[in-house]
Design a protein. Structure first.
Length: 568
């Protein structure tokens, strides 16, 4: 500005043009060159902003997608002992909202922090080139601004972490409430759930308001500090202009540089909230990713061969935590093609036993042997691919009936699926549906009856065609007609396979080649139905309770060997 406005004689002095060797330019040419440079710089800056924002934003989206996929994949592979301790809502929040906040952090860092840091470095360099002493004065507020940002960043991060934790609590409450909405409405407990949700919602609001208060305090403080720096520069600059040590044009240019210097500083300071919130979410995701699965392949594990179905539990002990014992001294054997029933009072440890066979959990003592080989010496995926489960509460997934039957067998053909459906008596009710096997299944299969869901689960196991089948009370809670259909499907499923079934009904127990009676985490009896009845032990008592009236059953509870009325 000074080089355009000054007289020609002055241009030969200590000016910027003199240092650049451009003193031969006349004023109109110099002005046109300056304006052209300004336009070129503006266009260049706009193009850089567009492509930079597009590139950096795209990087943020891709990195976020990779993080979300990694978290989801890692969660799937964590052991059941981890999922037993976690609330579903918390996991949902971490894989959705927390990932979104990390995305905000990445995008802000890439599209705001990096460009503004580069601009700040560039403008700072120019200021020091133009007038080093004045540049030091302009940057005098930087330490105070940095200290303020650090002070508030810690508090905003802590408040954001608390808010994220409460978000998880709310998500868990919502998930638990609406997954049991039928029970809630049947018991008329809506007001109780509303009160619990209201309490958690208010707690989340308080945590959010704390973040808002901190953020609201930081923003004006940054503006005040920046304004203080501007006042300081104006005061010193005016004094120097009056003293004749600085030209007015240089001061005006420096003020323009000062705005370009303070704007990035302000943007970086106000980025604190997004960064703090993203850091809190990143820490929550790190907790998941740093959790190692407890059930993993040994380094020396080899692929499991085609199993014949021989299963043995030898001296097995197990607990869900180091300070608890669920099973002790379990010795159990099933020859290939045998049907083994496990029965006993509720809470005796039956489900824990069958969970050890496909290695959903690892034993704490003893070993589980498949065809004589310790299951831990075989690769996990190749073991589980040869075991099918049919649970008491059949789990169906989003998709069609066809998708749910083919769920456990990659590459199953339509002919195989329909053949399994016919064998499991699924075809009998599917034919009546308008879309047949392409009928969508509602969430958790609520559009189907319990018997229909169970038959689909049996068809799913038939398609897998595995040598070992585990049935966890597959006919419990079904009416007589549905039970007959399910039992026919089970007959086809069990043919030629090693079958473990948890059961209490005589119709199932009598068919077993061997019955193991479990109580207090130990096997207390084993044998066939007739032999156990003659022995007069716990099995005989449990059998007796199925034949007597409720009054007779209550009077008999006191003589049960377990001495536990609730368990019987």
């Amino acid at each position: 500005m000074d080089d355009v406005l000054k007289r020609p004689a002055v241009l030969e002095g200590d000016s910027l043009l003199a240092r650049l060797g451009l003193t031969t330019l006349d004023r109109p040419t110099l002005l046109a060159a300056c304006l052209a440079a300004l336009v070129a710089f503006t266009l260049l800056n706009a193009a850089a902003a567009y492509w930079g924002s597009r590139f950096l934003g795209g990087v943020g989206e891709r990195v976020t997608a990779a993080i979300r996929a990694e978290v989801f994949t890692h969660l799937q592979r964590l052991s059941l002992s981890f999922h037993d301790r976690q609330r579903l809502g918390d996991l949902l929040t971490r894989t959705t909202t927390d990932v979104d906040y990390v995305q905000g952090l990445l995008v802000s860092v890439l599209s705001v922090l990096v460009p503004n840091a580069l601009v700040l470095g560039f403008i700072t360099t120019i200021c020091f080139v133009v007038d080093p002493a004045f540049a030091f004065i302009a940057l005098a507020v930087a330490p105070l601004l940095f200290a303020t940002v650090v002070f508030y960043r810690r508090r905003i991060k802590a408040a954001s972490r608390a808010a994220r934790s409460m978000d998880s609590d709310i998500a868990s409450t919502v998930s638990e409430t609406f997954s049991s909405v039928r029970v809630m409405q049947s018991y008329n407990t809506e007001s109780r759930h509303e009160a619990g949700f209201r309490h958690r919602n208010l707690a989340r609001m308080d945590a959010g308001l704390r973040v808002v208060r901190l953020q609201s305090a930081l923003s004006p403080l940054v503006d005040v500090i920046i304004a203080g720096g501007t006042v300081l520069v104006l005061w010193v600059g005016a004094q120097r202009v009056l003293a004749g040590t600085m030209s007015l044009g240089l001061m005006l240019v420096f003020l323009a540089y000062l705005k370009a210097l303070y704007d990035p500083m302000k943007a970086l300071a106000k980025l604190t909230t997004i960064i703090s919130r993203g850091q809190a979410s990143a820490e929550r995701l790190s907790e998941i990713l740093d959790t190692a699965p407890l059930v993993v392949d040994r380094p020396s594990a080899r692929p499991a061969p085609a199993l014949t179905g021989a299963v043995e539990l030898r001296g097995v002990g197990f607990g869900y935590s180091p300070d608890s014992t669920v099973l002790s001294g379990i010795d159990l054997y099933a020859a290939p093609g045998e049907m083994v029933a496990i029965t006993g009072p509720t809470g005796a440890g039956k489900s824990s036993i069958i969970s050890l066979i496909p290695r959903l959990y690892d034993v704490t003592q003893g070993a589980v042997l498949l065809d004589g080989v310790d299951v831990r010496d075989l690769q996990l995926a190749t073991v589980r691919s040869q075991v099918s489960l049919v649970l008491q509460d059949a789990v169906l997934f989003g998709g069609t009936i066809f998708d749910n039957i083919a769920y456990g067998a990659d590459g199953a053909t339509r002919q195989q699926v329909i053949a399994a459906a016919r064998a499991a008596h699924v075809d009998e009710f599917v034919r009546a549906l308008p879309l047949g096997y392409d009928t969508p299944v509602a969430e958790r299969g609520v559009s189907l009856s319990g018997g229909q869901r169970q038959r689909i689960a049996i068809a799913r196991a038939l398609v897998r065609d595995t040598p070992i089948v585990i049935l966890d009370e597959p006919t419990s809670g079904l009416d007589a007609i549905s039970e007959q259909y399910v039992m026919r499907g089970l007959d086809r499923l069990m043919a030629g396979r090693t079958v473990f079934v948890i059961a209490h009904r005589l119709a199932t127990l009598r068919r077993a080649d061997r019955i193991y009676v479990v109580d207090h985490g130990r096997i207390v009896e084993s044998g066939r139905h007739a032999d156990l009845i003659r022995a007069g032990g716990l099995y005989s008592r449990l059998d007796y309770l199925q034949h007597v009236t409720p009054n007779e059953a209550r009077s008999s509870l006191r003589v049960l060997p377990t001495g536990r009325e609730a368990s019987a």
